[in-house]
Design a protein around this ligand. Structure first.
Ligand SMILES: CC(C)(COP(=O)(O)OP(=O)(O)OC[C@H]1O[C@@H](n2cnc3c(N)ncnc32)[C@H](O)[C@@H]1OP(=O)(O)O)[C@@H](O)C(=O)NCCC(=O)NCCS
Length: 169
């Protein structure tokens, strides 16, 4: 286990976690992130999560609640306005949403990143009309920098909020 907050834990992504990506791959759950992925894309994503794990650079975690797989969260580097920042993103399986799991997992991610960081800022770019993700950023002390056109996943443009957390504050 990498981090714990009551029943919510973060663990390094593992080969058996592909089912979490599958459970999150519904039209409703993918509504703000470009729609459901093909089985091939989903497996590519799973493989990337397994292969690319360098603390301080890029890491994906399984979110569990009471020991059961509940979602994914991670951080990675992104070039932004001429410098390198961290970006984060999260998902919780549909049947466990609305219980505060993503908010607690994001708080844990920040804790982990504070111990590993090389860059000052952590950004999140949820769709401007994604109420839950924008609420999580607001609650965890991210500052709203404005709105931007954002490409996620590659090939899909969306209107996003640019939230920034100062990890040095
Ligand atoms: C975004 C997502 C991870 C949130 O997961 P969750 O575990 O249900 O989130 P939480 O229960 O921690 O709720 C987060 C906050 O959003 C608020 N919220 C949820 N739905 C809301 C809505 N429709 N309107 C306003 N606020 C809402 C909750 O009240 C909560 O705030 P609070 O703690 O102040 O009460 C989940 O909806 C998801 O997986 N969505 C699909 C993937 C996605 O869009 N990821 C975002 C990429 S940035």
């Amino acid at each position: 286990m990498v981090a714990r907050n009551g029943p919510v834990t973060l663990d390094t992504w593992s080969s058996s976690d592909v089912d979490i990506l599958e459970r999150c791959n519904t039209p409703e759950a993918k509504r703000y992130v470009g729609g459901p992925e093909t089985p091939e894309k989903l497996l590519d994503r799973h493989q990337r999560y397994l292969d690319k794990a360098i603390p301080g650079e890029i890491r994906m975690f399984r979110i569990s609640c009471d020991g059961l797989g509940a979602g994914s969260i991670g951080y990675w580097e992104r070039a932004w306005h001429g410098g390198l920042v961290y970006e984060t993103g999260w998902a919780v399986v549909p049947d466990l949403q609305g219980r505060g799991i993503a908010g607690q997992a994001a708080a844990l991610l920040i804790e982990v990143l504070l111990g590993e960081r090389r860059h000052r800022y952590l950004h999140a770019f949820p769709a401007s009309d994604n109420p839950a993700s924008n609420a999580i950023c607001r609650k965890l002390g991210f500052e709203l920098m404005g709105e931007c056109d954002f490409e996620y996943p590659p090939g899909n443009m969306m209107r996003s909020s640019d939230w920034r957390l100062d990890l040095q504050a």
